[in-house]
Design a protein around this ligand. Structure first.
Ligand code: GLN
Length: 537
């Protein structure tokens, strides 16, 4: 049984400094040295999980194998490490309080006043140690959401302080990520905000062991020394984190700065074994030296915020590298697509992806885009709502069911080709009640889906309420839209594709959640392959 060591990553000065990427990069380096590592994220907001947030709030909601709706940083962890995460890897204030209040109602603290300290902080610490106590990991990296000084982060910082005292010095360290702003008038990086944010940590009783400093220009030895002096760390524990061309360059940048070595030394773990990053570097080389180029249109309604489609954009990076192809993504607002402008908006694309989503805003634009892809033999990939729209489009324009629709958008339609299952209809609560997580899908031989996966049965992750209505399946198959993937237990349709189209595949699940640097998703690979062929035809 392994005794886990704990690395906490806090943020200072501003948000959006990339704690998730720094955490994932450090984890990658430690994993490449042979350590088993996991990462968890603690978010200070009061939602029990991010499933009820719209993507404009914190970007995409990432779904794990076990059906947890989680922060998008978990997607980075899986993509970098190529290992799965679970509900235990993402905790929110809402979840902590929900647990403590349930306990209180059950009488667990009878006679006592239930307080932030110790009850909330105890529950935070219990969750912080949960994965470490599983015996599976050498190192557990915990990313604390938010910025030091935020009111809502206080209990987490306090929990880290307590935990730091409770375990041996070499079993727990704190990395603080900050920003060194650059003043262009005086042409210098400023350290004061970093000093202040470290002071704030010190006031809370935490001395950071390592400082990772984001900067637009090299920091230099003297500045590192100065930061070290003011913040009580050694100069080699001041790590320069310059802006990188891609997030996938960050592990190598951190390796050059010896972040992994410093962390291992502080944790009194051996750094004798050099990291094996062959696969990672192979991916980077392919990613940076493409032989082909395609333009893919991503049709969705959250296009103002690319983080809303994070896993999809990263899946294109992985599949593009696999095919040695540069994938230019063009975000196209589905609300702005109409019958009269669709040609103008889409004619130059080598492939069209219609994205997941909820509600009826932008639906007709998605359906119009799909019709255009179908009729013009442009490679098409539909995901979740994207598949449902493909089914609606085919129902209306090929089968002739003029009012074909999903009951999500039109509860009165006579042709509910997408509908809720009876078990779903009974549910009224909105949090965590969709079809979530991993389900089996059986693939039909001699289909595009089967050729992509090259196996008869796969597991994919879901996040939706509505399903293909099997009442219509015969009519669809007779006209050429076939169900090439079916759930063996419930017979729900998981994949549809067109027989007479170079590449028209749409899936009810979310393949993007399972694409990683080392195992790009087969459906994304085949879609890119089809787009390359289309671009050359
Ligand atoms: N709104 C659709 C449903 O609930 C699709 C969801 C999605 O695209 N993730 O079934």
């Amino acid at each position: 049984m392994k005794q886990a060591k704990y690395v906490f990553v806090t943020g200072g000065v501003t948000s959006s400094l990339g704690k998730g990427i720094v955490s994932a990069s450090l984890a990658k380096l430690l994993q490449a040295r042979g350590y088993s590592v996991t990462i968890q994220k603690f978010d200070p907001y009061i939602n029990v999980d991010p499933g009820t947030l719209n993507p404009y709030e914190h970007g995409e909601c990432y779904v794990t194998e076990d059906g947890a709706e989680t922060d998008l940083d978990l997607g980075h962890y899986e993509r970098f490490l190529n290992v799965t995460t679970s509900q235990a890897n993402n905790v929110t204030t809402g979840r902590i309080y929900q647990h403590v209040i349930t306990q209180e109602r059950e009488g667990a603290y009878l006679g006592k006043t239930v307080q932030v300290i110790p009850h909330i902080t105890d529950e935070i610490k219990r969750r912080m140690k949960l994965l470490g106590e599983s015996g599976k990991y050498d190192i557990v990296i915990t990313e604390l959401g938010g910025t030091v000084g935020d009111i809502e982060s206080l209990p987490y910082i306090e929990a880290v302080r307590q935990l730091n005292w409770e375990v041996k010095t070499e079993d727990c360290i704190v990395i603080h990520l900050t920003l060194l702003p650059y003043l262009s008038t005086s042409k210098e990086l400023k350290t004061k905000p970093t000093q202040h944010s470290v002071k704030m940590l010190l006031e809370a009783g935490i001395q950071p062991d390592v400082l990772v400093c984001r900067a637009e220009h090299p920091i230099g030895k003297d500045l590192k020394k100065k930061i070290a002096l003011f913040c009580n760390v050694s100069p080699n524990a001041v790590i320069e984190a310059l802006d990188m061309p891609t997030i996938y360059d960050v592990p190598m940048a951190m390796f050059k700065e010896k972040l992994d070595k410093i962390v291992l030394n502080k944790l009194k773990l051996s750094s004798a074994k050099e990291p094996n990053l062959d696969n990672w570097l192979g991916f980077l080389t392919r990613h940076k030296n493409p032989k082909h180029q395609v333009k893919i249109g991503l049709v969705g309604k959250y296009v103002e915020l690319p983080d809303a489609y994070k896993s999809i954009t990263e899946a294109f990076v992985h599949a593009g590298a696999n095919r040695e192809c540069k994938v230019d993504l063009e975000y196209i607002h589905s609300e702005l697509i109409t019958d009269s402008n669709v040609e103008h908006k889409l004619h130059h694309l080598d492939g069209i992806l219609v994205a997941p989503g909820f509600g009826d805003r932008g639906i007709e634009g998605k359906i119009t885009a799909i019709k255009y892809a179908r009729q013009n033999n442009i490679p098409f990939f539909g995901i979740c709502l994207g598949m449902q729209c493909a089914v609606i489009e085919f129902g209306r324009n090929v089968i002739g069911l003029k009012d074909a629709h999903s009951t999500e958008m039109n509860s009165k339609t006579k042709n509910a080709v997408i509908d809720m299952m009876p078990e779903q209809k009974k549910i009224t609560a909105k949090g965590g009640t969709m079809r979530l997580g991993s389900y089996w899908c059986e693939l039909k031989k001699d289909t595009k889906a089967f050729r992509a996966y090259d196996k008869p049965k796969v597991q994919e992750r879901h996040r939706h309420r509505y399903e293909f209505n099997n009442k219509f399946l015969k009519d669809y198959e007779a006209k050429g839209m076939i169900a090439s993937g079916i759930n063996p237990d419930t017979k729900l349709v998981e994949i549809v594709e067109l027989k007479d189209h170079p590449y028209f595949v749409a899936v009810q699940f979310h393949p993007e959640y399972k694409s990683t640097v080392e195992t790009p998703h087969p459906l994304f690979i085949k879609f890119i392959k089809a787009a390359i062929e289309y671009s050359k035809s």
